[in-house]
Design a protein around this ligand. Structure first.
Ligand code: SF4
Ligand code: SF4
Length: 181
């Protein structure tokens, strides 16, 4: 499957590299024009030359990138390992979508546990939301609070394992491909 066709078929079902599940923030790169990106609605932070935008990305509509044609350089070059494997024909679309579905169900369980725990910072990327929730004092005399904490930890562990294995693990080069000297 061609790289762009694979991305079109898979990414709208996922969104993890835009919605704060995989990343907390993204640094701009030399080819990016911060003024233009800010004009397009990307919320930039940091001093000139070291600007970054936070995730969940303000240009993500829940399925697609609203500024796709003018998206930052890092977004153009990032391809998670699941998409790489689909592009290389190592897995088929049904399997790839199944993995996304599984990860999204695990993510939903993390969100549900976060809500039960009070979710003190819902606007932050997922790992920081979890860190904030876990940093809240825990009343050990309250069995419901302890159960919620356990549920959150378990849900995070499951999601992290899936992300690590399917989305972030390095992908071997296809057979016969050569490294650029
Ligand atoms: S994490 Fe991978 S599959 Fe998901 S939207 Fe990003 S590139 Fe596409
Ligand atoms: S600019 Fe577009 S591609 Fe980049 S993180 Fe935001 S929504 Fe995703």
């Amino acid at each position: 499957m061609s790289p762009s066709r694979a991305a079109r078929a898979l990414c709208p079902h996922c969104g993890f590299c835009c919605n704060g599940v995989l990343f907390g923030d993204v640094r701009l790169r030399p080819g990016d024009v911060p003024e233009r990106l800010a004009q397009l609605g990307l919320g930039l932070h940091g001093p000139p030359g070291r600007q970054r935008f936070l995730q969940p990305c303000s240009c993500f509509d829940g399925r697609l990138c609203r500024i796709y044609a003018e998206r930052p350089e890092r977004c153009r070059t990032f391809t998670c390992s699941l998409l790489q494997r689909l592009q290389q024909g190592r897995i088929d679309l049904t399997t790839a979508r199944g993995i996304v579905t599984q990860a999204r169900e695990q993510w939903a369980r993390v969100l549900e546990a976060l809500r039960s725990a009070g979710d003190p910072a819902p606007h932050l990327p997922l790992h920081r939301r979890v860190a904030r929730a876990l940093a809240e004092p825990l009343d050990l005399a309250d069995p419901r609070a302890a159960a919620t904490r356990r549920r959150l930890l378990l849900a995070v562990q499951r999601l992290a394992r899936t992300l690590e294995r399917h989305f972030l693990a390095p992908v071997r080069k296809p057979r016969g491909s050569q490294s650029r000297p």
